[in-house]
Design a protein around this ligand. Structure first.
Ligand code: GLN
Length: 314
């Protein structure tokens, strides 16, 4: 385990990092102290190949909360558990063009538009486990599921969790809206607690690169060799990441960078190139969509340099 890792820092990644670090615009998420006070100078990039080689530069061992990046993996876990057909009856796949925390539902079906915005992700969270699964068990199943992708035991940042719950008014509003439209029939507050624990799981840029590499490797963990999810599940997950992963910045992202990705409010971004690599960046300051600003820059640069745009024809 892990022995397949070679971690020399190739000059290229360091070069990209330096090029993207000339200034540091944007702003930390400021709705909880843990994110507001996070060191915004930190910057890291990690690339994991589908055969388990890891290349890194910068701050790749710092733990931060996974936040919305978890939405992609938990969506995959939900499909794995219930099948795509059922999951589609509960959460749609249309880009919302709205902010990630918009209170919105699809008009005719009353489904959340997609699993990458909070309304969809809170619903996806409820799909983990069986009818009699307790809220606490569900949160634990999610943590374990995310750990399988990472190939190590991930932990919950209890401070982030506590702070998030003190400021979860908007997610509580979303969960109450979902309950009102019978998207689920669970206790909205308990559901938000579980979803918030999901968002508070700690990861490093290294973890995220490997987790993304599972998606790039059609569902097999490149280091442990374990199949985490099926290829059909990965296809669905990457497709939704492609169209909805970067929120209302999705159009710019797809045209300019052009690979499936997901961002989180703590400053992480993952990208996955099917059959090739998982990419992760970490930089806390965000742009107006809530995507890590220097992270987007790094991904753009990697996409250009390595021809990673999926529409790129040499
Ligand atoms: N915990 C945050 C929320 O649900 C995650 C949002 C994000 O990463 N964009 O509001």
């Amino acid at each position: 385990k892990g022995s397949k890792f070679r971690i020399p820092i190739p000059d290229h990644l360091q070069l990209v990092l330096n090029a993207c670090n000339e200034d540091n615009p944007g702003k930390n998420a400021d709705y909880i102290p843990e994110l507001r006070d996070a060191d915004s100078n930190k910057l890291g990039v990690a690339v994991s190949t589908v055969d388990g080689y890891l290349y890194t530069a910068g701050d790749v061992d710092i733990e931060f909360s996974i936040q919305s990046i978890s939405k992609a993996f938990v969506y995959a876990l939900a499909i794995e558990e219930h099948g795509l057909e059922y999951v589609l009856t509960r959460v749609g796949v249309e880009p919302s063009g709205e902010a990630f925390n918009e209170l919105s539902l699809e008009q005719d079906t009353c489904r959340p538009l997609n699993p990458m915005i909070n309304a969809g992700a809170i619903t996806t969270h409820t799909l983990i486990g069986k009818k009699d699964t307790t809220y606490e068990e569900r949160a634990e199943m999610v943590r374990k599921g995310l750990s399988k992708f990472a190939g190590r035991e991930l932990t919950v940042d209890e401070n982030v969790y506590d702070s998030e719950m003190k400021h979860a008014f908007r997610n509580l509003a979303i969960a109450n809206m979902l309950r009102n439209y019978n998207v689920f029939d669970l206790d909205p507050k308990k559901v938000v607690e579980g979803y918030t624990r999901q968002c508070a799981v700690n990861v490093t840029a290294k973890d995220l690169a490997v987790m993304a590499a599972v998606l790039a490797n059609s569902g097999v963990q490149p280091v442990t060799g374990e199949r985490v999810v099926r290829p059909e599940t990965v296809r669905q997950t990457l497709s939704v990441m492609m169209t909805c992963g970067m929120y209302d910045g999705a159009g710019d992202w797809v045209t300019q960078i052009g690979f499936p990705a997901k961002s989180g409010v703590a400053g992480g971004i993952i990208g996955a190139l099917p059959g090739q690599v998982g990419i992760a960046t970490f930089s806390p300051k965000l742009d107006k969509h809530g995507n890590s600003l220097r992270g987007v820059r790094i991904c753009k640069r990697l996409s250009d340099d390595m021809g990673l745009h999926i529409m790129h024809q040499p």
